[in-house]
Design a binder for this molecule. Structure first.
Ligand code: NI
Length: 409
């Protein structure tokens, strides 16, 4: 049922050394056009505006997740014995394809398209696409199984845990990869040791007690990466600005549609109607930036200005938001300076807890430690460090963003 490639394909990778492919269906999916499109989407959206080397793509991250899954299903003894060939292939494919539905600029784009990338991911895998045709040729149930693993609803929960648990292949790859490409000294942890100490107990992915320090390190890596990279206020400022630009475009689309004829790549997402896989396929970041370059000379002054800000990195300023009066004062100033409040101010709330055990319903997705007495315990019961962290309140920051000129004094 599953053909091997004529010889093992190896792809160089700065995080994993090499990525190994020996299954024809994996290789065919890598070469499908929907997968190749991910080369044109930045893994970290607009973060390269802050970390100038964060130019890596969702394509490399997807290959990295695939490689971690491949190693897990072959190197963790219980997985290699318990999973069938079909299940191994399905979960490796889920690793490879889990981000296939992403649009440009991640969240800013989701706000305008009003579609979550998860919806597009399922559509691409289960509906009319090269990926779907490739999976269909191998087995009639394969595309549904892959989509279910990605959404965490597959009947074999072990497969779901490998892709989206608290210590899953997706997070392990992006933390290491994003740390490497942003050039931060946070975000590193011992992936080798985590894989080597992973076991399966009662259908749960667990790490042996001897690997607990690498897990603690992973938790800290996650915390630092969130505050230093993912929730970085300047990164949020850039993303917010793009959201404002899309917002203005959407309003013009309703009132002066003809003025947007040149930027047809955005139309399907501005109309608020059902969008197709093809619409998404045509809108990668290269197309979006081309669209922006056309809008630089647009007749609408607001659209022109927001576009210029995005392209020339003239970002909004921010202040920590303490009370409603703060934002009222900024609004007052905006009005004095003739800025349209609808597009020149936004607030953002960032919150991240280091680690908190999920509710009982999802307990299969906690981090489990296999203790020396052979019992399995949840991480915070075994690690003093994680225990202390779980007891502390969630760190939260609210910020308000506005043009620099507003706060000249
Ligand atoms: Ni991912």
């Amino acid at each position: 049922m599953f053909h091997k490639t004529a010889e093992i394909k190896v792809l160089r990778d700065p995080i994993h050394g090499y990525i190994h492919v020996e299954d024809q269906v994996i290789w065919d999916c890598i070469n499908a056009k929907e997968m190749q499109r991910l080369r044109r989407i930045h893994q970290l959206g607009g973060d390269f505006q802050i970390y100038h080397t964060a130019e890596h793509s969702r394509f490399s991250h997807s290959l990295g997740v695939y490689e971690i899954v491949r190693r897990m299903v072959h190197e963790i003894l219980e997985l290699s014995q318990q999973l069938s060939e079909y299940e191994k292939i399905a979960v490796m494919l889920a690793g490879l394809l889990h981000d296939i539905g992403h649009g440009p600029f991640s969240h800013a784009f989701e706000a305008i398209s009003r579609r979550k990338h998860e919806e597009f991911t399922r559509k691409i895998i289960t509906e009319d696409s090269e990926i779907h045709a490739t999976l269909q040729k191998v087995h009639p149930h394969l595309s549904d199984d892959v989509a279910n693993i990605i959404s965490g609803t597959h009947q074999n929960d072990l497969l779901n845990q490998i892709i989206s648990g608290q210590l899953d292949a997706d997070r392990m790859d992006y933390l290491l990869r994003d740390a490497y490409f942003t050039g931060t000294s946070y975000g590193h942890f011992d992936l080798e040791r985590i894989i080597r100490t992973m076991r399966i107990v009662d259908q749960k992915l667990a790490v042996k007690e001897s690997g607990i320090h690498s897990v603690e390190d992973y938790i800290m890596a996650r915390y630092h990466m969130y505050w230093q990279v993912y929730l970085h206020p300047v990164a949020r400022s850039y993303e917010g600005l793009i959201a404002m630009l899309f917002h203005r475009m959407r309003d013009l689309y309703c009132t002066k549609r003809d003025s947007l004829n040149e930027v047809s790549m955005f139309h399907p997402f501005l109309s608020g109607q059902e969008t197709s896989i093809d619409d998404l396929f045509c809108l990668d970041e290269a197309a979006a930036y081309y669209g922006f370059s056309l809008l630089r000379t647009h007749e609408d002054a607001i659209l022109r200005d927001l576009t210029r800000r995005v392209l020339d990195r003239d970002l909004f300023e921010y202040r920590t938001f303490t009370c409603e009066e703060d934002s009222e004062m900024i609004r007052e100033r905006l009005r004095t300076l003739n800025y349209d409040e609808r597009y020149y101010i936004f607030t953002d709330k960032a919150a991240e807890k280091l680690y908190s055990p999920y509710s009982r319903k999802d307990s299969g997705h906690n981090i489990w430690i296999l203790c020396e007495d052979h019992r399995v315990r949840e991480l915070s019961e075994v690690s003093d460090m994680v225990h202390a962290v779980c007891a502390s309140p969630t760190k939260e920051e609210r910020k308000v963003y506005f043009p620099k000129e507003v706060m000249m004094d």
